[in-house]
Design a binder for this molecule. Structure first.
Ligand code: DGJ
Length: 393
């Protein structure tokens, strides 16, 4: 008998999914020291790792993986718990270190339980000794309209992190890569016209007028999907999907990493990139991203620049393999690029395979970043791999 897809109720689906993934868990656990993308990844207690949209910080010999702690069902697409953290020395076996930043039971808090808290990233400030977390924050009950950045700080890498506040970055600052003629707030009639335009997350003619960053000059730039990047000289950058998702922005952070430093650029205006993930190799900056199709995967994009301030050059889809797989980034969306310690030019592309119907069951796709003969990075599917993939290249 052919069952109609999703003909049975969501609770049954969640249970069935949990049972079928439990069987897979055994094989993933047995793998011990290898990466098996898309399967269950048991932590030290045998529970699937719960750190979605995450990023990894290497500190004193240990990797710390921070990510969104999801709950079962659709409610998991909002923050019911907070940001989880796991530790590992080998990138394959992970210990659950608990909740690094918890949501607040106070409904007046910016991070009230039920807000949307996505893509947390943590960096360490060598000068202050603090650990700093940035994340994409949407205020409870406002959908994706707030488009803010949240910042939290801790003395210990695993936390607890103290929430400092949230805001739209770069209020009152013009991007440094636009002409002087564009550095003017919208006229009242332009504002009025823009306020009547629905912003569906793809192109509408008003975008072509570069109105959105000008609209947001006074109140700060919209900041949704985001990552952080720390350069060799210790300068840190916040990279985020802005301007109604139409344009990425790269923004320097202050020396203490707690706020924007007052310099930023617009990257690929009107190209609708999200899910940014940056790395640096042999003096070049690389930026993975995706298109904007909600939780559904689409084709990855890669860009390169000699300076973080650009110019950025689009390199197209970095995935290699059968068309149906590479058109959807192996059913995943980028979140971070993890430099592997002690190995030269070794980077792991970290991505999420979202499960919005049962958010806690989202899977992880990790692939080694490979380099072609021309030096260009690319990604290829691997059923199972380990850190030896970085040897003898
Ligand atoms: C795509 C983003 O990359 C995710 O982080 C999340 O915000 C979803 N959109 C929501 O639809």
């Amino acid at each position: 008998m052919i069952m109609k897809k999703f003909a049975y109720p969501i609770k049954a689906r969640i249970l069935a999914s949990a049972l079928s993934v439990a069987a897979i868990a055994v094989s993933a656990a047995e793998s011990g020291k290898s990466i098996v993308s898309g399967e269950l990844w048991p932590d030290d207690k045998g529970i699937h790792i719960n750190a979605h949209g995450g990023g990894v910080l290497f500190h004193q010999g240990v990797y710390y993986w921070f990510g969104e702690h999801k709950v079962a069902g659709g409610a998991g697409n909002t923050a019911q718990v907070g940001v989880g953290v796991y530790s590992s020395r080998d990138l394959c076996q992970w210990k659950n270190e608990g909740i690094a930043l918890g949501v607040d039971d106070d409904p007046k808090s910016d991070i009230a339980k039920g807000c949307i808290l996505e893509r947390p990233k943590v960096i360490h400030n060598a000068k202050t000794g603090k650990f700093i977390m940035w994340f994409h924050l949407e205020l409870k009950g406002q959908g994706y309209g707030a488009a803010r950045s949240g910042v939290a700080v801790a003395d210990q890498v695993t936390g607890p992190y103290r929430f400092l506040g949230s805001f739209r970055p770069n209020a009152g600052v013009w991007p440094s890569n636009v002409s002087d003629g564009m550095k003017k707030p919208l006229a009242p009639e332009e504002s009025d016209r823009l306020s009547k335009v629905a912003m569906p997350g793809n192109f509408v003619p008003e975008f072509a007028r570069d109105w959105v960053f000008r609209r947001d000059f006074a109140g700060g730039q919209m900041a949704r999907d985001m990552t952080l990047f720390v350069d060799d000289d210790g300068a840190a950058y916040h990279i985020y999907a802005s301007e109604e998702n139409s344009t990425l922005q790269i923004s320097r952070l202050s020396d203490d990493y707690l706020k924007p430093a007052g310099k930023y650029i617009r990257v690929f205006p009107l190209a609708f990139n999200e899910a940014p993930a940056m790395f640096k190799c042999r003096g070049k900056y690389y930026l993975f991203s995706s298109g904007c199709t909600g939780w559904a995967p689409n084709a990855a994009r890669l860009a390169v620049a000699d300076s973080i301030w650009g110019p950025w050059q689009a390199l197209g889809n970095p995935c290699s393999g059968p068309a149906d797989r590479i058109g959807k980034t192996f059913d995943s969306q980028s979140t971070f690029v993890l430099p592997v310690e002690g190995k030269k030019d070794a980077f792991i592309f970290m991505a999420d395979r979202w499960r919005p119907d049962n958010a806690i069951d989202g899977r992880y796709v990790w692939l080694p970043v490979r380099f072609g003969k021309d030096g260009r990075p690319f990604l290829e599917w691997m059923d199972r791999w380990d850190m030896d993939a970085f040897n003898n290249r």
